[in-house]
Design a protein around this ligand. Structure first.
Ligand code: AMP
Length: 211
């Protein structure tokens, strides 16, 4: 199964992707995570990548297509989160014969997204939020005690740039997949995590026969 999960930054894609991973054992591939891991490697493109991220800009195709193309090679099952973010990236997948089975599109209100991102704290595998999902001890992960961090792009200007980019591109990407007859589930991201997860599971199960 090859599934794409679309939605604005902070729409709840990562949370749902982790639940799908647990319930249906489909690998969650987050391109943002891949990019952040790349930053930990001490290579010559590190400063360039960092500048794009902290300014809320998409990485140029020569960097991202290379990274993601290599990563997706030979993968049979995945839930792709954060890619495609442009029409060119969607066309890249098509040309690389990555046959997408279905799309999950989460629509979340802009004011909720801004609060989620502005007050988000992260560690290596979990997100918190100073308003909605506080850690038990300030700035510490509940389980590991690891220090929580703020992402460099979770500040107002980069947040707005990322949202504008998403608004500009998402309709075009959805139209592309509609024209290619890929089934799309449109989900209201303001519903509870449980309700959204239930609808996504139902959708995937209904389309399983096509996979
Ligand atoms: P995310 O964690 O998905 O919000 O991604 C963090 C950052 O990684 C983005 O703001 C971009 O700079 C970069 N990035 C992730 N996915 C892509 C993509 N598909 N195309 C270009 N840049 C990307």
């Amino acid at each position: 199964m090859k599934i794409i999960i679309l939605g604005a930054p902070g729409a709840g894609k990562g949370t749902q992707a982790d639940l799908i991973n647990k319930l249906l054992a489909i690998e969650h591939i987050s391109t943002g995570e891949i990019v952040r891991k790349e930053l930990l490697k001490q290579n010559e493109s590190i400063n360039k990548i960092n500048d794009y991220i902290k300014n809320g800009l998409l990485l140029p195709d020569d960097i991202i297509l290379n990274l993601i193309g290599n990563y997706l090679k030979n993968k049979k099952n995945f839930l792709l989160d954060g890619f495609p973010r442009t029409l060119d990236q969607a066309i890249f997948l098509l040309k690389a014969n990555v046959n997408i089975n279905c799309i999950i599109n989460i629509n979340t209100e802009e004011n909720i997204i801004i609060k989620r991102l502005k007050y988000r704290l992260i560690n290596t595998n979990k997100n918190y939020n100073i308003l909605f999902k506080k850690p038990k001890i300030k700035n510490n992960d509940d389980k590991t005690g690891e220090k929580l961090k703020k992402r460099s792009d979770d500040v107002l200007l980069p947040i707005q740039k990322r949202l504008n980019m998403y608004i500009k591109n998402n309709t075009v990407i959805l139209d592309f997949y509609k024209k290619n007859n890929i089934p799309i589930l449109n989900i209201n991201g303001n519903e509870t995590i449980k309700t959204i997860s239930y609808k996504i599971n139902l959708f995937i199960k209904n389309h399983e026969k096509n996979f």
